[in-house]
Design a protein around this ligand. Structure first.
Ligand SMILES: CC(C)(COP(=O)(O)OP(=O)(O)OC[C@H]1O[C@@H](n2cnc3c(N)ncnc32)[C@H](O)[C@@H]1OP(=O)(O)O)[C@@H](O)C(=O)NCCC(=O)NCCS
Length: 412
């Protein structure tokens, strides 16, 4: 036999995870994200990992690829919907760029029971090819706290400090109260709270332990802040940093009191916050907004998995009756024409139609517009939506908007 045959690669098998896979998967993920294995952090991850929703690619006895999803709900305009929270995606460096991610993403989408999926991308160029659209943005802030004043308090702030673990039930109550009207915020089961409040050496990354205060309003606790600090001195002067994990406030009093507190922590000069919404009140409260030093970045990527169910599940701010011609290479059952009929005061319907289309787009554009933070007009200006019926774009673009900008307060 000659040696002219090309070596053909055998497709590595993909299977559903089992509880016994965890340690190998955890090592794979720590390595993929360039961290040293931390057992405490791994145990918290394990508690939220859902093996039956995990896909593992194996090469012999070794796990070389993994992708999973958390079963959580997501606040969307006017509703809360089940959303697969795609997470823990990694491929071994020895097996990269051989199509493992591609196959796992396709299988995951095919098996997904939820109408939408959401994720944070480690690199923003990865997930568009799988139909995920850029749906929410965030502002990362490095606030020069000595330069920024907030409006003066009219009464003494009632803040109560405690350990995050002891305060957790109160934090959860405020979070759940605020969440419904914040597109991009995810439901948090108990195990997710434990994960959120994780405080191992890996979580700290050289900073202090996680600290917490709650704000006591007239009707009870109505806000909280979670943060770490790191002390440092420059030229003999204090120059410490505050790393804000989360600020959740049900009203302006609580919001102001918490931010005044964070900006006033002694011996610190910079307050870092990575999850500000593009409509963050701080932008309009700070005496010198430029000193917030904001950097614009992507937050959630959304994939419409079931066009009919997804578009009917959210609310719309204006009446709309529009036919979309949708393409979807990965999930062909989404392809074709869909009529969306909606008004602000009633649930929307989205059904198949043979009527002529008003707008044509790939499913990726619907994901980008889904949370109300990316307008259809912006997508059309970028060539991602085609207007087939003059006037349809402007009407639909307004209807798809929302009064709050979407953002996710946590990386999952
Ligand atoms: C990102 C990662 C999972 C990709 O896995 P992979 O198996 O190498 O990806 P695939 O070979 O299936 O690539 C699929 C496509 O995506 C592209 N792609 C994958 N990762 C990419 C990246 N980081 N940057 C640019 N393109 C990328 C590939 O070029 C390929 O493109 P093509 O379909 O046009 O050929 C892997 O590189 C990894 O584990 N990275 C570190 C951890 C990480 O970032 N995980 C993602 C968390 S959100």
């Amino acid at each position: 036999m000659g040696y002219t045959e090309r070596m053909t690669e055998v497709e590595l098998p993909i299977r559903v995870g089992t509880p016994d896979d965890w340690n190998t998967i955890s090592s794979l993920l720590f390595a993929a994200f360039h961290s040293t294995m931390d057992q405490e952090a791994s145990d918290l991850d394990r508690a939220i990992w859902e093996p039956e929703r995990a896909l593992v690619t194996t090469d012999g006895d070794t796990i070389v690829g993994h992708a999973a999803a958390f079963t959580r709900d997501l606040a969307v305009p006017g509703n809360v919907v089940p959303a697969a929270h795609v997470t823990m995606v990694g491929v071994a460096p020895t097996h990269r760029r051989r199509g493992l991610l591609n196959r796992m993403m396709r299988q995951q989408l095919r098996d997904m029971p939820e109408p939408i999926a959401a994720l944070w991308a480690s690199e923003s160029r990865i997930y568009g090819r799988f139909g995920y659209g850029l749906a929410a943005y965030r502002l990362e802030m490095a606030v020069e706290s000595a330069e920024v004043r907030l409006p003066a308090a009219t009464s003494l702030a009632r803040l109560r400090a405690g350990t995050p673990a002891a305060l957790q039930p109160e934090l959860a109550k405020v979070y759940d109260q605020v969440r419904a009207d914040r597109p991009g915020w995810s439901s948090r089961p108990e195990s997710t709270w434990a994960y959120m409040l994780g405080d191992s050496a890996w979580h700290r990354g050289g900073n202090t332990e996680l600290r917490a205060v709650v704000h006591e309003g007239i009707g009870g606790v109505d806000g909280y802040a979670l943060w770490r600090t790191r002390g440092s001195w420059t030229g003999g002067n204090p120059d410490g940093d505050v790393y804000v994990r989360e600020v959740t406030a049900a009203n302006l009093d609580a919001y102001l009191a918490l931010w005044r507190f964070l900006l006033g922590i002694d011996l610190t000069r910079t307050v870092h916050y990575g999850h500000a919404a593009v409509d963050e009140p701080l932008l309009h409260l700070a005496s010198d907004p430029r000193r917030l030093n904001t950097r614009f970045s992507d937050s959630l990527w959304v994939r419409v998995v079931d066009v009919g169910a997804a578009l009917a599940a959210r609310r719309y701010v204006a009446p709309v009756d529009v036919v979309f011609e949708v393409t979807d290479e990965l999930l062909p059952e989404n392809a074709g024409r869909w009529r969306l009929t909606a008004a602000p005061d009633r649930p929307a319907t989205c059904t198949r139609t043979e009527d002529p289309a008003d707008l044509a787009c790939d499913v990726r554009a619907l994901g980008a517009a889904y949370l109300g933070g990316t307008t259809l007009s912006a997508l059309a200006a970028a060539g991602h939506i085609r207007e087939l019926n003059t006037g349809a774009l402007a009407t639909a673009s307004v209807a798809f908007g929302w009064h709050r900008a979407p953002v996710s307060p946590e990386v999952f």
